[in-house]
Design a binder for this molecule. Sequence first.
Ligand SMILES: Cc1ncc(COP(=O)(O)O)c(C=O)c1O
Length: 400
Amino acid sequence: MGVMMNLPGPKARAIVKRDQDVISPSYPRDYPFVMDHGKGTEVWDVDGNRFLDFAAGIAVVSTGHSHPRVVKAIQEQAEKFIHISSDFYHTKWVELGEKINQIAPFMDNAISFMTNSGAESVEAAIKLARHYTQATEFIGFFGGFHGRTMGAVSFTASKALYHRDFYPMMNGVVHVPYPDPYRPILQSNPGEDYGVTVVRYIEEQVLDRLLPVKNVAGILLEPIQGEGGYVVPTPGFFPALRELCDRHNILLIADEVQSGMGRTGKWWAIEHFGVEPDIVCSAKGIASGMPLGVMFAREHIFNWQRGAHGNTYGGNPLACAAALATIELIEEEYLQNASLMGEYMMGILRQIQARHPVIGQVRGKGLMIGVEFVKDLYTKEPAAKLRDQVVHHAYLRGLI
Ligand SMILES: Cc1ncc(COP(=O)(O)O)c(C=O)c1O
């Protein structure tokens, strides 16, 4: 057990107080950590306390905090130019598109649309899917998190709070259960993979009874759910889902905002399941913390015309420079690191689980790992209070 710190310190307390006067209270702050600086996996608060950042800036600093090569790339670019707008061209933007094409999780050429966030990547995917298919409807998943702008939040179904007070949502999203093998809510046939059960439910209940298949543009989901509880689908799920999409000409849209960019030990989490998506949404880890998202898709899907979609900051030079350095570092080192460290971490967590019956499950891929606390191993009743206490005590001992 590490030494307990007396947190927050006086400087942090003062900043939190000033923040409350001027910053939106909607931000979900879990604890009063006020950052001063960071280096690699470590961060320091304004009172000089040191922490290990297990959250990696909420799945963003894929190369650690302020990696020297990322910092240098941003500095060099800033001295040349910071902005020109997406109405023009520049080299780093094209280079990033070429890189995305190399690492895209499908065989076709990849075309990229650059955004400023995860939610904006999801918005772009929704529009591209509607444009390409000329269909309007979508299937999303319970537990999914896709952002908070009006289109993206219509898919988000991890907490009712995200919808409450904001109706009407975007039209055209039907939610179905995520293939969570730990907490299944559908009845499987004897011997059936639970993911296959979910796909059968989509076919027999949703498509046969509710949504005419010709009206469905796409199925949008996280290949591994993030905010919904780090849920890894069963092996049978994605092959069955891909087959269903192929049979009905439905686009498979992977929201890899949290699970992508090497986090799981592969560039994209969907690569663990042996299928290729049609459209991918990325952000978070792609530029080590510079605000950048990319929505990319198979070339033939990008058949929209000039002016159909755009943004001012798309392909921002600083963000592209950071992304290029980030991708190089992930290629050279961090992809393998996520696999190795993920296995190491999972092994240790499983040892802890063996000693503590309050841990219902340890699951994940690479460094995308979830630990589920339960009151009872048999009923699996969530132990939310205990979880919060564990998180808080970790913080007091210097672990975010
Ligand atoms: C899977 C997923 N999609 C989309 C988003 C939204 O990204 P942003 O907060 O950058 O809009 C998130 C953010 O946590 C996410 O985890």
